[in-house]
Design a protein around this ligand. Structure first.
Ligand SMILES: [Zn+2]
Ligand SMILES: [Zn+2]
Length: 116
């Protein structure tokens, strides 16, 4: 617990579920969201620069499917409202990703009983 590295911490504690998350995993050096609950934190102006003073939690609100079929997570900052998309990582929890992708279907913003 007393061992501190100089400046660059390769881990962070999830702002939401308190998981200990390694930033350096499965092909990304810019992991900024938790693989368990997918929450992030508004710390970057550009990916990985850690220069944003906001520091508010960023809620995962949606899945974006990119042209090549890759999924990305859309995050919205709870503090300043900034929207960001982030590539998913290889160890992101599949059920968390699915729950996020299905959220508009589970909780539609308009009544579905008009159909049928
Ligand atoms: Zn988490
Ligand atoms: Zn923010």
């Amino acid at each position: 617990m007393s061992h501190k590295s100089r400046g660059d911490e390769p881990r962070f504690t999830c702002i939401r579920c308190k998981s200990h998350v390694s930033c350096d995993t499965y092909g990304t050096k810019h992991r900024n969201h938790c693989p368990a609950c997918l929450w992030s934190r508004h710390v970057d102006e550009e990916p990985g620069d850690r220069s944003c003073p906001c520091r508010s939690p960023m809620e995962p609100i949606s899945i974006e499917v990119r042209r090549d079929g890759e999924w990305a997570i859309v995050h919205r900052c709870a503090g300043c409202g900034t929207l960001r998309t982030n590539r998913i990582a290889g160890d992101d929890h599949p059920l968390s990703l699915l729950a996020l992708a299905l959220r508009p279907i589970a909780k539609p913003a308009f009544p579905l009983d008009q159909f049928g």
